[in-house]
Design a protein around this ligand. Structure first.
Ligand code: MRU
Length: 365
């Protein structure tokens, strides 16, 4: 997608220098900075510290990290230990494990001296696949927006609420939940997006940055505003991304997603989840019982980052000194609250049968 008129992906390889570059998301929306990642340590820190974030992007970043590491040490031990180290950076999203398993399966049968080139090629290929998959998620999600648009008076926007950032910087390009919104806007359908702030890390501000860059009407709302907007008929549907989707159709996404799904159910508003199939964990059925929820630092809750009056990006403390905080980063939305799962192969009900029918060859993986 474009940033100030120039096309970017969230991660790319410089074809001349072979350097891996990422948009450093810790500085957004205030500052657009590009970081170069070189060592395994730099890749794992970038994922853990959320220089890169969003389940699909984390997975692709990890494979580039493997490729860089293979250029230093392509031994069997290095493949296994590097993959284990990267997998431990963020426990909830399944794309990380999915991407690294695929990488290990590609590299292990090869001679060590072939591994660096093969890993780099795989990372490029997976980046392209992620981009195309999420474009297709958008094509199918667009059908939902079209249906709502048909019922609107001329010029009246379809009003969509989203949580966290499931836009193009959460994947390699396009995004999952925001992909249909970009495509609707591009075909001239008026849309208005309610963007949840998504405390504690305010990924909603990243979504605002994306939507503003694409000229899409939106407003940033406090996380607690969603129920009120829904009760007052101001939301046509909700759409979010997911970090892990179970084979049974439960969805684990950014903390607060579940509350939006509950409010949507109570107000008879469809709650959709958009996902590339790489977020499906076929080994897990019950999300609540089986998905590990990442616990992040208390400081993300007790403090907040922003731009001050002088234009500097600063962190300030919100709570009294020494206040303790609890910071679960994700929650599980049970399948019964979900109107549909929007995938690269079409839209299905959130159920074991629905997912298995769309992805028969992946079931049982
Ligand atoms: O903690 P984050 O910012 O990595 O969490 C991201 C989300 O929860 C997104 O909604 C999800 O990864 C889908 S991004 C396409």
């Amino acid at each position: 997608m474009k940033v100030n008129g120039t096309s970017y992906r969230s991660i790319w390889r410089d074809r001349n220098t072979n350097e891996v570059k990422v948009i450093d998301q810790r500085w957004l929306p205030h500052d657009f900075r590009i970081a170069t990642l070189e060592t395994l340590e730099e890749f794992s820190t970038a994922i853990r510290e959320m220089c890169v974030r969003g389940a699909p992007l984390i997975g692709i970043t990890a494979v580039y990290g493997m490729a860089k590491q293979m250029a230093r040490d392509p031994s069997d031990t290095s493949v296994e230990e590097s993959s284990t180290l990267l997998k431990a950076t963020r426990p909830t999203g399944v794309n990380l494990r999915w991407a690294l398993d695929r990488c290990e399966n590609t590299l292990m049968p090869l001679d060590p001296d072939q591994r660096a080139a093969a890993a780099l090629q795989l990372a490029d290929q997976m980046a392209d696949e992620d981009s195309e998959t999420n474009r297709l998620v958008g094509v199918h999600g667009l059908e939902i927006i079209r249906r709502f648009a048909e019922k609107k008076a001329d010029g009246e926007p379809v009003r969509i609420l989203t949580h966290c950032n499931a836009g193009w910087i959460g994947g390699v390009d396009y995004g999952s939940a925001i992909s249909p919104i970009y495509q609707a806007h591009d075909e001239g359908i008026p849309v208005h997006v309610w963007v949840d702030e998504t405390r504690p890390r305010n990924q909603g501000a990243l979504t605002c940055w994306e939507l503003a860059g694409h000229g899409i009407s939106h407003q940033y709302v406090a996380d607690n505003a969603g129920g009120h907007l829904m009760q007052n008929g101001l939301v046509d549907f909700v759409i979010v991304g997911t970090d892990r989707t179970t084979s049974g159709g439960d969805v684990c996404n950014k903390i607060g997603t579940y509350l939006k799904a509950l409010a949507a159910k109570d107000n008879n508003i469809p709650f959709y989840v958009a996902l590339p199939s790489s977020t499906i964990d076929w080994a897990v059925d019950d999300g609540l019982a089986e998905i590990p929820i990442e616990e992040r630092k208390e400081r993300e809750v007790t403090h907040i980052w922003g731009k001050n009056g002088e234009g500097s990006i600063v962190e300030v403390q919100v709570t009294p000194d020494d206040t303790q905080a609890c910071n679960p980063a994700f929650d599980v939305t049970p399948r019964r609250l979900i109107a549909g799962l929007i995938t690269e192969r079409g839209i299905t009900e959130a159920s074991p049968e629905g997912l298995a029918a769309l992805f028969p060859e992946l079931r049982g993986e």
